[in-house]
Design a protein around this ligand. Structure first.
Ligand code: TYD
Length: 135
């Protein structure tokens, strides 16, 4: 299922006044947006994420600055460097993700398919692997 996760190139309307990008539910991304959250003022060297979601779909965008997202499915891992606000990384359910390498002043915006629900998280890696039948 790691193959379902991919960089999505968003529309970019360019003119002399600057760029404009937009995202419509179920059109540019394969889910309807129920929630938006963002990470900012992340101290140098900090790591975020370190969990998987049971049902949540997400799109992660570097609105400013840059950071890395490492995704894994228990078999393999892939590292993506995000640094453009017209690219989003789509993450499907049951993918372990870690975010690191935040540049100073970076802003990580996440579009999510559901409201916040702690019971949708796997925060323990062995528990995540067990749920996937891998341990
Ligand atoms: P968490 O998802 O662990 O952050 P990270 O993106 O680094 O993995 O969330 C950190 C805290 O914020 C946790 O106590 C849950 C809370 N939180 C909300 O209340 N609502 C939200 O939409 C999100 C994403 C987190």
């Amino acid at each position: 299922i790691l193959e379902y996760c991919r960089i999505i190139e968003l529309p970019k309307i360019h003119d002399q006044r600057g760029n404009l990008s937009f995202i419509e539910s179920n059109c540019h991304i394969p889910f309807a947006i129920e929630r938006v959250y963002y990470l900012y003022d992340v101290p140098g060297g900090a790591e975020r994420g370190g969990h998987a979601h049971k049902e949540l779909h997400q799109l992660i965008i570097a609105m400013s600055g840059s950071f890395d997202v490492v995704i894994g499915d228990g078999h393999q891992k892939k590292r993506f460097h995000l640094n453009r606000s017209y690219y989003g990384l789509y993450i499907c359910p049951m993918i372990w993700r870690e975010l690191d390498n935040f540049s100073s002043g970076s802003v990580c915006m996440v579009l999510a398919s559901n409201r916040y629900d702690e019971s949708d998280y796997f925060r323990d890696y062995p528990e995540y692997l067990a749920a996937k039948g891998l341990q």
